[in-house]
Ligand binder design. Structure first.
Ligand code: XMP
Length: 513
């Protein structure tokens, strides 16, 4: 397996993705967590140093622990990773006058196994650059293998020690043959076979869960979404009845959600499940609150209260399991502490309190959504569950801007069900990342039959995305939108106008709050 040392680049996660696509398992860990002991325990076969926002010659900027270069392992430095490698091995880096952002062509200037399959010396290769600094003297033992107009050391190699540095980003799609370059590093240079599979991940994850949990008890919150379901089934395979699942019906779930979850877990899997009907408790806590952040925090805190209550009911729990995914974890690396547990879990149920009595078990932290789905298939989850659109922890509360009430939740549930039903009928459900309705706190005048109406506006949202970090609105045809609008207005009391949201992310977000 490969170790990716993260220096905080926005695109570090894509390195992991590209490697796994070529059958190589890897994990990303922040630079300040990787020391000698970590390296001994993780035992990587190759190391990749990511890019990052810092400047190598700035005061106290991050470095890789020196022993990264002393273990006889192949090392590939990308962008900041190349620069810190040079700085740490005796080369030097300067602030370049000409900064390079975006598309660039590099010229291959020496043969190297890193560029096998790209072209011979003199070949020009399209890459994606993003850097202000550049290497101006390379360490002893290195020689340039590619150059660009502004970066004479666009790629360097010390073939003897198997150290490589590239100034560009091979992990992004804008470097069309970047995946091949990474594959050359892992397969040709590090000699890896590329035989990693989801089945292997599953076995490793099970072993890790057993090690972490020991004989402790785990409680797992199910949301009805894929992530928490996959986490629960995986943990159940690992520790059996030490796991109790809790499904909290917050009153903010979609139509039929509670029944589907309960029957999947109790009947299909025979996993102990506590179903808690907490509608009253959630809605009364939310009464009068219209600030989005406060709504999220209120819900997050209540979730933990309920989990802790339910844990008592089953004799106490030492761990809380969550389906936190990689994009939740990686949002940012802070240079004082690295990504902290609270920040990640915060995102997961929409605001976990700072203090809680249970430790977290998050077996999906290294995976992307599509990988979670693949793992779900490996675990035998029904396709109907695996293909479900993501649903946020705070539920419909963040799709009802302003104050949340039961009436509003009921209206939204009905409208959302019609929208999703029409999407399924049109055969579009699986082509959309996520679709849902939003009930706006805005009333407008309408006319139905001969009567005046004064009811709420409903917004429809549908987006495509690969990981939820960026998204484009889905281009429905107008007939489809018209059909959905007509049905909703005819069938749902309380809505007299339907609009379609055509905002991408960024600048919008997927959810409205
Ligand atoms: P945004 O709205 O941030 O959403 O563009 C990105 C993805 O994350 C989901 N989401 C959440 N999921 N807890 C979750 O489990 C949350 O608090 C939360 N907020 C947003 C959202 O549905 C989308 O898929």
């Amino acid at each position: 397996k490969v170790l990716v040392i993260d220096f905080g680049s926005q695109v570090t996660q894509l390195i992991a993705r590209r490697l796994r696509e070529s059958g190589v398992y890897c994990e990303v860990h922040p630079f300040n967590r990787v020391d000698d002991a970590f390296l001994d325990a993780y035992a990587p076969q190759a190391i990749i140093l990511s890019g990052g926002p810092n400047s190598v010659h700035g005061e106290g900027t991050p470095r890789a622990t020196q022993s990264v270069f002393e273990r006889g392992l192949p090392v590939l430095g990308i962008c900041y990773g190349e620069q810190t490698m040079c700085a740490q091995l005796g080369g030097s880096v300067e602030a370049a006058e000409e900064r390079e952002f975006g598309r660039a062509d590099i010229e291959i200037v020496a043969d190297s196994p890193l560029f096998e399959g790209l072209g011979a010396v003199g070949h020009l290769e399209r890459v994606w650059m993003s850097h202000g600094d550049r290497v101006n003297a390379i360490p002893q033992g290195f020689h340039p293998i590619a150059a660009s107009e502004n970066a004479p050391f666009a790629a360097i190699a010390d073939e003897g020690r198997r150290f490589y540095g590239v100034q560009f980003h091979p992990e992004v799609v804008n470097t069309p043959r970047g995946a091949l370059i990474l594959r050359n590093f892992t397969h040709n240079i590090a000699g890896m076979k590329g035989d990693w599979t989801m089945a292997a991940f599953k076995e490793e994850a099970i072993a890790k869960i057993r090690e972490q949990v020991g004989s402790g008890r785990v409680i797992c919150g199910l949301s009805g979404g894929v992530d928490s379901s996959v986490a629960a089934v995986l943990i159940h395979e690992a520790i059996g009845d030490q796991l109790t699942c809790v499904f909290v019906d917050t009153g903010l779930m979609r139509t039929g959600e509670a029944d589907q979850v309960v029957s999947l877990f109790r009947e299909h899997y025979n996993i102990p499940l506590v179903a808690a009907d907490e509608e009253e408790r959630f809605l009364s806590a939310l009464a009068g609150e219209s600030d989005p952040e406060k709504k999220r925090k209120t819900i997050g805190k209540l979730f933990i209260d309920v989990f802790e209550d339910k844990a008592k009911g089953v004799g106490g729990a030492d761990f809380l399991a969550q389906g936190t995914l990689y994009p939740d974890v990686i949002e940012s690396v802070s240079f004082d502490g690295g990504p902290s547990v609270t920040i990640k879990s915060h995102h997961n149920v929409g605001g976990l309190p700072e203090r809680m009595n249970m430790k977290l078990v998050e077996p999906l932290r290294e995976l992307f959504k599509d990988e979670v789905r693949a793992l779900g298939r490996e675990l035998g989850l029904p396709e109907s569950f695996i293909g479900r659109h993501p649903f946020p922890g705070p539920g419909l509360a963040i799709r009802i801007p302003g104050e949340v009430t039961k009436d509003k939740a009921d209206i939204l549930r009905k409208a959302d069900a019609i929208y999703i039903e029409e999407i399924r009928k049109a055969g579009l459900y699986d082509s959309i990342w996520q679709a849902f309705a939003v009930l706006l706190p805005v009333q407008t005048v309408g006319v139905m039959g001969d009567a005046r109406t004064y009811d709420n506006v409903l917004a429809l949202r549908a987006v495509n995305s690969t990981d939820g970090m960026t998204a484009d609105y889905f281009p429905f045809d107008h007939d489809f939108l018209g059909r959905v609008a007509t049905r909703i207005i005819n069938e749902v009391r309380g809505v007299n106008r339907v609009v379609y949201d055509v905002t991408s992310k960024p600048p919008g977000t997927i959810e409205w709050e």
